[in-house]
Design a binder for this molecule. Structure first.
Ligand code: PEP
Ligand code: MG
Length: 467
């Protein structure tokens, strides 16, 4: 299937679906969650499809450069062969191979030895292992695999659930702050409910919630058919929608209006998310859960950016505490994912209570490779030995890693007890985990399904390299 909504229809009818896209974006989330596998022409190890599929424990081949998708004709072409909607395909997510036809598969099995091995690993490792989890269900899986907290909740994934995308779009279309606040007020209870679920599932363990990160264009449709549907649903002329979508267009969205830049230009978004986190934390605490909230600001590059967001977060939390007559403790920290943030990590560390290295963006920006486009040349680079390993898969220790090491030192020099973690996809890669152990991080965070590997790799790193 080539369209996420149609994948949902097929899955509802009990059919097994592989979603084939040029690339995926958050609006494909529901289609991805019902698909048995995902195949994209563009992308790589840290593109949207790969990150989301890994989190869902799904098979995914992303960045299959030989695949040409024609959405109009509903065909996929590989070389001279044309495949139609409904044709059987099989995927091998480990090797990236795509087979025509139905290859027999079987579920992975866990035996008693697995539990014994994990226990042994836990006795030896120093690094903590958390999970990247966006929903209470993800959190449950993560906990069952032995995660000791959530290292990254990407809140944007919550914006697509049910009918809340409508409120998100209302916010995007709003012409002024009052209009945005009205739409955000609709999102607040839903977002609060999400966080309550996470705090409940992770009682006694830390939950790091990251404020909104992706550029806003990811929340609006780009094709006319879906723009028409949006116009109809929202009772807005099609021309207005098109104009706003055009306004949001960026040549390089990954370096555009995203991360804390959103929260700085629209502080009301940060306010709503903070209120949702703090209210959820107070509600869960009142029900007897042990809540450990950590609020994280994305894509910071200057101390002023962090301080501006910190001011909004602290003021909002203080308002909610006063309204409720109750308080909770929470940590306020930042991602280190721009090279500049790593270079000035001492000044940022003087302000932030924790760092989480966003090595996906840090790799993208340090190498100057787009994480969504590198699939075009990386395979031949790897074949030619230009790089030993895909730097989005295994951390580039000499370059990007140096920035991590430097930021660890600088962060600790400014705040000796600063909590240091990593939540990029490298958090589930054994060679990278060994590097993070040596760099002295406190924990790694990876997709729930990679938690056991991370526990084992962390133990091997400790045994190999001493503490
Ligand atoms: C990162 O950049 O490493 C990260 C964890 O954030 P995202 O992948 O959502 O950009
Ligand atoms: Mg990032």
């Amino acid at each position: 299937m080539f369209f996420a909504d149609e994948a949902e229809d097929w899955a509802r009818k009990g059919k097994e679906v592989i979603l084939v896209r040029q690339e995926t974006s958050p609006e494909d989330l529901r289609g991805m969650s019902v698909a048995k596998g995902i195949l994209t022409a563009r992308g790589g190890m840290t593109s949207h499809a790969a990150v989301v599929a890994r989190g869902m424990g799904k098979c995914c081949v992303s960045g299959a450069g030989a695949v040409r998708v024609d959405y109009r004709a509903r065909t996929m072409t590989i070389g001279s062969e044309v495949y139609n909607e409904g044709d059987w395909l099989s995927l091998d997510g480990s090797t990236g191979e795509v087979y025509l036809g139905q290859v027999p598969t079987k579920e992975a099995e866990l035996t008693g030895d697995f539990g014994a091995l994990m226990e042994l690993a836990d006795r030896h490792r120093r690094l903590g292992v958390r999970a990247n989890a966006d929903t209470p269900d993800d959190a449950k899986v993560a906990r069952a695999f032995g995660a000791k907290g959530i290292g990254l909740c990407r809140t944007e994934h919550m914006f697509f659930e049910g009918d809340r995308i409508r409120a998100v779009r209302e916010m995007i279309l709003a012409e002024d702050e009052a209009g945005r606040r009205k739409a955000l007020a609709k999102l607040l209870p839903m977002q609060r409910g999400d966080f309550e679920g996470l705090f409940r599932e992770m009682s006694g363990l830390p939950v790091t919630i990251r404020l909104l990160d992706p550029p806003l264009h990811e929340f609006v449709p780009h094709d006319e058919a879906n723009q028409k549907i949006m116009a109809h649903e929202m009772n807005v002329p099609l021309g207005v929608i098109k104009m706003r979508v055009d306004d949001l267009h960026e040549f390089n969205p990954m370096m555009g209006h995203r991360g804390c830049r959103l929260g700085i230009t629209y502080p009301e978004i940060t306010e709503m998310q903070t209120r949702a986190i703090i209210e959820a934390a107070l509600n869960m605490k009142a029900q007897g859960f042990d809540v450990r909230a950590e609020i994280m600001v994305p894509l910071v590059g200057t101390v002023r950016e962090f301080n501006a967001q910190a001011k909004v977060i602290r003021a909002t939390a203080a308002t909610v505490f006063a309204e409720r007559g109750a308080e909770i403790e929470y940590l306020l920290g930042t991602m280190i994912e721009t090279p500049r943030a790593a270079l000035i990590a001492d000044s940022i560390g003087a302000q932030a209570q924790f760092f989480s290295f966003g090595t996906n963006d840090l790799t993208q920006m340090t190498m100057g490779f787009s994480r969504d486009d590198a699939g075009k040349f990386l395979p031949s680079y790897l074949k030619d030995g230009m790089y030993e390993r895909d730097p989005f898969q295994s951390i580039d220790q000499k370059g990007v890693g140096l920035l991590v090491q430097m930021a660890v030192e600088k962060g600790r020099s400014a705040r000796p007890g600063i909590k240091l973690g990593i939540c990029g996809e490298h958090g589930g890669d054994p060679a990278s985990i060994a590097f993070f152990h040596r760099a002295g991080l406190d924990y790694v965070s990876c997709s729930p399904f990679r938690v056991p590997i991370a526990r084992l790799a962390a133990a091997q790193a400790a045994i190999d390299g001493g503490q």
